[in-house]
Design a protein. Structure first.
Ligand SMILES: Cc1cc2nc3c(=O)[nH]c(=O)nc-3n(C[C@H](O)[C@H](O)[C@H](O)COP(=O)(O)O)c2cc1C
Length: 358
């Protein structure tokens, strides 16, 4: 009996299967506004149980990359509404990933008046693509003042309300992969000496205040979070207390009753190994749903579900390249290979033109 293709519950929702489309930034949102091409792309993939959108900024300050969407203007909300409707019409549920890029940004990618922010004035090593001038070093962020922190929390809460007003089933807080929330969590990017830096209780304060505000805005059944313990993407570093810090965080998130935790494992992409022990820790500490991701194929997904390691499996690159991934995994058909050259380029090529089975 397939677990993967059986229905599942998520809060008050029933998912048509346990396959989740991972959040995938695709940079097709010209002017930071979701458009018809994006609606077509998501609708093509709506045989998933749950779609988690690409990282979407709660504010102009959070738009680090070119052509990523936001959810803070009326025009953005209207664009996302068409996407949520198109996905729902085909049976999937949809959560919006709220991604504030923080210091992974360049001013050339931001609208006039927006600011590159971070917990501390420490630039991330590495380069950022800009449409205007090609590759640039990640910008030096301004260390957020307490007022900046309060407005960012308010932006997340308003963004979550906007997502629900646009018809979304919930939001995923992007607490992974070196963006603003993880920049606060990690000691190499957070060297604050106030109540938001130092101990894990302090480094996690921003994340938990964001979670509390978003829960207050839309309800805990609609709020999940993505985390990347042991992740080093975007100049995050490994450190000694990683496992105990994330264990503490798991208890806090459990106490708040979030609907899911979504664990990133980029070791199939060459990143450091994410020990099984930390995935098992999330499973035992957190009573909501657990989503595992990273390098899954159908057989491994079935195995991990059958072993009770998680409730749902998220898949990125295979979904990117196979709009009908569910049908292919059900029938064992061959898959299209993802074309990396068109991951982040504008237009339909490598986006909506991957072939489906006849
Ligand atoms: C093109 C591309 C864009 C991505 N964008 C995001 C993103 O916006 N948010 C996020 O949390 N992860 C993002 N990821 C990571 C994926 O969600 C996923 O964790 C990763 O691809 C590993 O899963 P896979 O082996 O199934 O592809 C991205 C990955 C790729 C390849």
């Amino acid at each position: 009996m397939s677990q993967l293709f059986s229905t599942a519950t998520l809060g008050t929702l029933t998912l048509q299967n346990r396959l989740v489309m991972s959040p995938l930034t695709r940079n097709r949102a010209t002017g930071n506004i979701p458009n018809e091409l994006m609606a077509e792309y998501y609708a093509q993939r709506a045989s998933a149980g749950l779609i988690i959108t690409e990282g979407t900024s709660p504010s102009a300050n959070g738009l680090g990359y070119p052509r990523i969407p936001g959810i803070y203007s009326a025009e953005q909300l209207a664009g996302w509404k068409r996407i949520a409707d198109a996905v729902h019409a085909r049976g999937a549920k949809i959560f919006m990933q709220l991604m504030h890029c923080g210091r992974i940004a360049h001013p050339l990618n931001l609208p006039a008046g927006a600011r590159v922010l971070g917990p501390s004035a420490i630039a991330a090593a590495g380069d950022m693509y800009t449409d205007a001038e090609g590759m640039k070093q990640n910008a030096m962020p301004q260390a957020m003042s307490e007022a900046d922190i309060r407005s960012a929390i308010e932006e997340y809460a308003q963004a979550a309300k906007n997502a629900v007003a646009a018809g979304f089933d919930g939001v995923e807080l992007h607490g992974a992969n070196g963006y603003l929330l993880e920049q606060f969590l990690r000691p190499n990017s957070n060297q604050r000496s106030d109540g938001y830096g130092g101990t894990i209780e302090n480094r996690a304060r921003f994340v938990l205040e964001v979670a509390d505000a978003v829960i207050k805005a839309i309800g805990k059944d609609k709020v999940g979070i993505r985390l990347s313990p042991y992740g080093v993407f975007n100049d995050m570093t490994l450190y000694d207390k990683m496992e105990s810090d994330y264990t503490w965080l798991a208890h806090q998130l459990n106490a708040r009753g979030l609907v899911y935790i979504h664990v990133v494992d980029h070791s199939p992409m060459g990143a450091p190994k994410v020990p099984d022990s930390i995935k098992e820790m999330f499973r035992s500490v957190f009573k909501g749903k657990l989503i595992l991701s990273g390098g899954y194929d159908a057989a491994r997904a079935e195995r991990d579900l059958a072993a009770g390691k998680c409730d749902l499996i998220a898949v990125g690159r295979p979904f990117l390249a196979n709009p009908d991934l569910v049908a292919r995994w059900k029938s064992g058909a061959a898959e299209n290979a993802p074309d990396m050259d068109t991951f982040y380029t504008p237009g339909p090529k490598g986006y909506t033109d991957y072939p489906t089975l006849g």
